[in-house]
Design a protein around this ligand. Structure first.
Ligand SMILES: Cc1ncc(COP(=O)(O)O)c(C=O)c1O
Length: 372
């Protein structure tokens, strides 16, 4: 066997191991199934205003990174309006939320500093912290007392990383308490608002603005791939932070920028956010929370956001349930380790303004039928 075939066999053996523990991933297309999986909470990705962005003829691509030829008036304007929208001084756009977090966390701390993150923090933040030489501590999920213990143990400058709405559990961080404890221990708080963007806040500004904590938080990450239905993300904070990132964040510096039309779409989506139908979304969330009381044998997670969960606790069973739902025309993904801890394998259900109450009933009765 030549060296390439041998190596492919080595990879295949690893894939077979994954398959035998029920954790092999594959790519499927949701097609026209009922969508209970996407993060497109308001259906913005299907909004004609965003799909057909302008009659202007703009370059198809950015032709370079922002630091070379990829900058544009559209990019600068989008950043200014995003900063104003979230009541901050400045914003810097990255090509994805993943790249924003990797860029931010890889360059912020120095070797003698400490990152402290919630144990359920998103993989993009973990990867960013791993690229940095600072110390790393984890605190128990949403446990402010445990966070304080870790703050007392931390050395150097202290950075605390949380999500305002956790991506896999849908629950909310105790933002105000965490902001207070960070202030008490002189720690810099960074909040990933990926799943709160558009969904919370009077105009969809997120939970940091909703609780008027803009001044207490050092930086926020807002992603455009969820409620805005698009792609990309912004780190929002001080002008100095923006300048620092554009000089140090490698995922910003060494990547071709988004094409100019993306910045126009981002601006349009932000203009549409205040008018997004949050009321219908909240009503559907309430409906789901009420409907689940009819199924005492199903283990639901507690969440008031658009992300709801059903714990299955077994990879094979979670996957079989997801496939069963797919065969009934419903698309809900099973979420498996390492995305969630072993034993908490689950269905992650995302609610959208375009889902109906009848669809929620159909979903829950199909889950119940499978589990009984
Ligand atoms: C909390 C959180 N942060 C960051 C990201 C990454 O964002 P993006 O999909 O834009 O790369 C995600 C998406 O999975 C997320 O859920």
């Amino acid at each position: 066997m030549d060296i390439q075939k041998q190596f492919d066999q080595f990879l295949q053996d690893k894939l077979d191991e994954k398959r035998s523990s029920g954790l092999l991933r594959s790519l499927i297309h949701a097609g026209d199934k009922i969508d209970f999986s996407s993060n497109d909470y308001f259906g913005f990705s299907r909004n004609p205003l965003l799909q057909h962005i302008s009659g202007q003829s703009l370059p198809a691509g950015a032709t370079g990174s922002r630091s070379i030829t990829g900058n544009s008036p559209e990019a600068i304007d989008a950043e200014k309006s995003i900063a104003a929208f979230h009541r901050a001084e400045a914003a810097l756009i990255f090509n994805a939320g993943y790249m924003a977090n990797v860029g931010l966390f890889s360059c912020l701390a120095s070797r003698s500093d400490t990152y402290i993150s919630d144990e359920y923090i998103h993989a993009s933040i973990i990867d960013g912290m791993r690229l940095n030489h600072a110390n790393r501590l984890k605190f128990r999920h949403n446990d402010v007392a445990d966070l304080e213990k870790k703050l007392l143990a931390a050395t150097g400058k202290k950075f605390v990383a949380i999500e305002s709405i956790y991506s896999m559990d849908g629950d909310e961080a105790p933002l105000q308490e965490i902001a207070e404890i960070c202030q008490k221990h002189e720690a810099l708080l960074i909040v990933d608002e990926a799943h709160a963007t558009g969904v919370f806040g009077e105009r969809g500004e997120g939970l940091v603005c909703h609780y008027q904590l803009e001044k207490e938080i050092y930086a926020c990450v807002y992603t455009f791939g969820k409620a805005l239905g698009l792609h990309g993300a912004a780190v929002v904070g001080s002008s100095v932070l923006r300048n620092y990132l554009l000089n140090h964040a490698r995922s910003f510096i060494f990547a071709t920028a988004l094409p100019p039309h993306s910045y126009l779409q981002i601006q349009k989506a932000y203009q549409a956010l205040p008018g997004a139908d949050r009321k219908s979304l909240y009503e559907l969330i309430d409906y789901f929370r009420e409907a689940k009381t009819k199924y005492p044998n199903i283990t639901f997670m507690d969440s008031r956001s658009a992300i709801q969960g059903i714990i299955i606790g077994d990879s094979f069973k979670a996957r079989a349930l997801s496939e069963h739902l797919f065969s009934k025309g419903i698309f809900v993904k099973a979420i498996l380790p390492p995305t969630v801890p072993a034993g908490t394998e689950r269905l992650r259900i995302c609610l959208h303004t375009f889902n109906t109450r009848e669809q929620v009933d159909l979903l829950l009765s199909a889950v119940n039928q499978f589990l009984s």
